[in-house]
Every structure is written in C-alpha cells, then in structure tokens.
Write a new protein. Structure first.
Length: 127
C-alpha cells in the first residue's frame, strides 16, 4: 500500500511537471507565433520600403541623367558662343590689321610721291 501511495505520488508529481512543461510550451509557442507575426510584418514593411526606394532611385537616376544632359548642353552652347566670339574678334583684328596695312601702304606711297604724311601714318609705317 505504501508503495502504491508512493507510485501514485510520483505519478501526480510527474503529471504536475508535464502540465507545467505543457504550459511553458504553450507560452513559448504563443511567443514564437507573436514573433513570427512581427517578422512577417517587418518583411512586408521592408518590401514596401524597397519598392519605394527603387522608385525613388529610378526617379533620381532619371533626374540625374536630365541634369547631366542639361549641363552638357549648356557647356556646348557656352563653348559655341565662346568660339563665335573668338572668331568675331579674330575677324575684327584681321580687318583692323588689313586696314593698318592698307594705311601703311598708302602712307608709303604718299611719302614716295613727296606728299606730307601725318604722325599716325608714320606710326602705321613703323608697325
């Protein structure tokens, strides 16, 4: 009989431990489910953020391309204007140089003929 009581007592203790383990297991399972839901939510949020980032990145790449294209166009226009200005200056200088040569030739011709020539004409001859 004492042995039977001992076995019954041991069985009750084992049953209590099993119940306690089951309760802890249920708590752990509930915690795992909660964390799993949080992980799923975070995965969805990360996916949304990545989509938004991708869209923003595409928009940035497009805007960056437009910016660089407009910079290149502006530089090309600026270079063309600069080249045009330089060409115009060269034409003016060439015209002035031709005029000076023509003036010098005329002054030399006048000098040879014995005509009086001005100081400016003498300077034109010297240049």
């Amino acid at each position: 009989r004492t042995q039977l009581k001992q076995v019954d007592s041991d069985a009750e203790a084992a049953h209590g431990q099993i119940v306690e383990h089951a309760r802890k297991s249920d708590e752990h399972h509930a915690r795992i489910q909660e964390l799993s839901k949080k992980a799923d939510f975070l995965r969805q949020e990360i996916s949304k953020a990545m989509e938004i980032l991708g869209d923003k990145e595409d928009a940035f790449e497009e805007a960056s391309g437009d910016y660089h294209r407009s910079i290149r166009e502006a530089r090309a226009v600026e270079t063309a204007e600069r080249e045009k200005t330089v060409a115009e200056k060269k034409e003016v200088e060439k015209a002035q140089a031709m005029s000076a040569k023509e003036k010098a030739a005329q002054a030399l011709e006048d000098f040879k003929k014995g005509k009086k020539i001005s100081l400016l004409d003498i300077q034109a001859l010297n240049s």
